[in-house]
Design a protein around this ligand. Structure first.
Ligand code: PGA
Length: 258
């Protein structure tokens, strides 16, 4: 399985010129890593039309999808609208949406169903909740996982990407604390156990990533664990050199374990 590095730009950058620069600085170098590593950049909706026509190696994803097909939902974007462009992935269940926009477990489940229906791969974040802390994170991840895959068929569960992203490790959160690689790997193994209970041995072919303050300074801490299939990167993905070093480190470990 290739390593997967996902950029979550959030509500950045502020101009299309900057967005183009972020994509092209990575795109130009991707041929040196693309045998072992994939990159998805999840950008604000407004940049999708321009960027999806622009890339070859780097895949472009969205940061949200409506749980409804169409209709009176001010500010929402439908799966079919995303299908107008080559949007390959969509982030679902991010803790910022759970915390600030009231996204519930059942809405996350409906969004996943909608993404799958429109052949867009959901990147499902597990670990975000108002009450999340180090003591209850395993219980929380278990609950969010079960709710996310509720009613899905085995083949659908296998098509998705999962991220262990504890909200208290996100760089922009107050008092944020990055996970140790050891604990991140432990939690990722827990998610693999949950996946195995649903799809059996083929769970090992499903990417489970780590997210939370990953940057060029600490990436080795995570990349050294073979069970960590890649990373979801926020702040560091807005700095081309920082993001490239994250990609390169996961790629290096992947080549090493190949
Ligand atoms: P961070 O963000 O890398 O800045 O911690 C990650 C995320 O929120 O997805």
């Amino acid at each position: 399985m290739k390593k997967l590095i996902v950029a979550n730009w959030k509500m950045n950058p502020q101009t299309l010129a900057e967005a183009r620069k972020l994509v092209s600085s990575c795109e130009h170098r991707m041929n040196t890593v693309s045998d072992h590593t994939e990159v998805v950049m999840c950008t604000p909706f407004v940049f999708l039309p321009a960027l999806t026509h622009y890339t070859h190696h780097v895949k472009i994803g969205a940061q949200n999808i409506s749980w409804q097909e169409s209709g009176a939902l001010t500010g929402e974007i439908s799966g079919q609208q995303l299908n107008n462009f080559k949007v390959s992935h969509v982030i679902v269940g991010h803790s910022e949406r759970r915390l600030y926009l009231g996204e519930t477990d059942s809405v996350v489940n409906l969004k996943i169903i909608m993404a799958l229906k429109h052949k867009i791969t959901p990147i499902v974040c597990l670990g975000g909740d108002e009450d999340a802390n180090k003591e209850n994170i395993k219980t929380l991840v278990t609950r969010q996982f079960r709710a996310a895959v509720k009613g899905l068929e085995e083949r659908e569960i296998k098509k998705m990407i999962y991220v262990y992203e504890p909200v208290f490790s996100i760089s922009t959160m107050k008092n944020s604390e990055p996970e140790t690689g050891e604990h991140a790997a432990l939690m990722i193994n827990h998610i693999y156990d949950l996946l195995e209970s649903k799809v059996g041995r083929s769970a090992e072919n499903i990417p489970v990533l780590y997210g939370g303050s990953v940057n060029m300074g600490n990436v080795h801490e995570y990349a050294q664990y073979p069970e960590i299939a890649g990373a979801l990167v926020g702040a560091a993905s807005l700095d081309p050199e920082n993001f490239w070093k994250v990609i390169k480190e996961f790629n290096r470990e992947s080549v090493h374990h190949y």
